[in-house]
Write a protein that binds this ligand. Structure first.
Ligand code: PLP
Length: 458
């Protein structure tokens, strides 16, 4: 598919969009004042095309999700075949469909050896809602229903549903009524560049982990059921934890008998150069959240990976688990996700991320580190960040945070490239099929955009 499905009147679409469509995470007034949305009409490989036929390099794989790249005909054809054979049936009340069973087995085969079960949802947010309910159900089944507190981290992103936003640690979301679940608490994030002060990254990793231990002791270990964290905080600005952080978190969770939930929604399916971020950082979870790269965004699907400890307890002692979504294990989404994983295997996209594309990105990002506006560059596999600061020496940030990042992002936009601004941190997470030459193009544009931003702020 190289052309849009029908002739589009782009100006009319922009008008209708502004008149009728409330977008997620958008300042509506500002968008209207800027003339409305850019309409994306088609895509191929790592490139998007807009309504004016501009070819745009997508440094974000959509929203960190299109791992196998755009324009995969076999995924489209498979979806069509599955729709013809069985477009829908559910997995409630003792029924199942072949794609949902096959995908469950496939995903389990990719997870650590002590994970043999998955529970399907449609989005990362829903899968994290499932986590919360699973944690409460587990502790009830285990005879410790008082273990109801769940600890997360500041600046985390775990989704936009009530549970997702409450688990997340995003201040602006909480201010808009996003933190509605009072049993969820937040501790320090492992953000060495911002919070590490004079400590080495290793010292700071231990200090950040200690904030979890302190909170557990404050709440009482007998009241704490779980800790949730992303291997790398993505939407929070690609916060890559120091090497000491996750091993210490493992130790603390084990010591106080607290379930560890690893939110792999961004890091899962190859992003960090392993199938899961937990392998990259040595995380030993009891529950795993997956979405995005599971289907490369071709259809909405998510999953909660459940360890034997949790699964066996709820199977043996739980009776019916009163939880599920109409589209849990949707056959078309499952068929597409299964083939998506096979494509990743056949094309060795994880290995390519680890051995070729990831190291190339790290090398090219390092060239930007000396720029006066750049405080730090960091990456693991194909997820990276360029942190823009007011003063490189003191690490002083711009005030208000986010203005300079937005200016820089707009420069990308004008140059037909996409990188996202998280505050003043420019982040990237391209499709895993990106070639070294395409990485070069992206980083060349990044340099131009950072120069242009530096010029704007004088
Ligand atoms: N968890 C993490 C780590 C995420 O990055 C996201 C989305 O960006 C979510 C959960 C929520 O996923 P969704 O947008 O599919 O609900």
């Amino acid at each position: 598919m190289t052309e849009p499905l029908r002739n589009l009147d782009i100006e009319e679409l922009v008008r209708l969009d502004t008149a009728h469509h409330l977008h997620p995470f958008t300042d509506y007034k500002a968008l209207a004042a800027e003339g409305g949305s850019r309409i994306i009409t088609r895509a191929e490989g790592v490139y998007l095309y807009d309504g004016h036929n501009n070819k745009i390099i997508d440094g974000m794989a959509g929203l960190w999700c299109v791992n196998v790249g755009y324009g995969r005909d076999d995924l489209a054809e498979l979806a069509m075949q599955q729709m013809k054979v069985l477009p829908y049936y559910n997995t409630f009340f003792k029924t199942a469909t072949a794609p949902s069973i096959e995908l469950a087995a496939k995903v389990a085969s990719k997870l650590p050896a002590n994970f043999n079960h998955v529970f399907f949802a449609n989005s990362g947010s829903e899968a994290n809602d499932t986590q919360l309910r699973m944690v409460h159900h587990y502790w009830q089944c285990a005879g410790q229903p008082e273990k109801r507190f769940v600890i997360s981290r500041e600046n985390a992103y775990h989704g936009s549903t009530v549970a997702g936003a409450s688990l997340g640690g995003m201040g602006p979301m909480h201010k808009q009524g996003g933190k509605l679940i009072p049993t969820i608490h937040h501790v320090m994030q492992p953000y060495w560049y911002k919070l590490g002060g004079d400590m080495t990254p290793e010292e700071f990793g231990l200090a950040a982990a200690k904030s979890l231990e302190d909170k557990i002791l404050e709440l009482g270990p007998e009241n704490v059921g779980a800790f949730i964290g992303e291997p790398i905080q993505g939407a929070g600005g690609v916060i890559i934890p120091p090497s000491t952080y996750w091993p210490e978190i493992n130790r603390i969770c084990k010591k106080y008998d607290i379930l560890l939930i690893c939110d792999e929604v961004i890091c899962g399916f190859g992003r960090t150069g392993n199938w899961f971020g937990l392998e990259t950082f040595g995380i030993e979870p009891d529950l795993i959240t997956m979405a995005k790269g599971l289907s490369s965004g071709y259809l909405p699907i998510a999953a909660t990976g459940v360890s034997d400890r949790v699964a066996n307890t709820i199977i043996e002692n739980g009776g019916e688990f009163y939880h599920g979504y109409t589209y849990s294990g949707h056959p078309v989404a499952c068929a597409v996700a299964l083939r998506n994983i096979e494509i990743m295997e056949e094309e060795k996209l994880v290995e390519n991320t680890r051995d070729v594309a990831g190291p190339h990105l790290a090398k090219r990002l390092a060239e930007l580190a000396d720029h006066p506006l750049v405080g730090e560059v960091r990456s693991v596999g194909l997820i990276g960040a360029i942190e823009l600061v007011k003063d490189k020496k003191t690490r002083e940030r711009f005030d208000p945070l986010g203005k300079v990042g937005t200016m820089c992002r707009d420069h990308f936009f004008k140059r037909n490239a996409i990188m996202r601004a998280c505050g003043d941190t420019m982040v990237l997470s391209p499709p895993l099929v990106i070639t070294p030459a395409e990485i070069d193009a992206l980083i060349d544009v990044a340099k131009e955009c950072i120069d242009a931003t530096a010029k704007d702020i004088g």
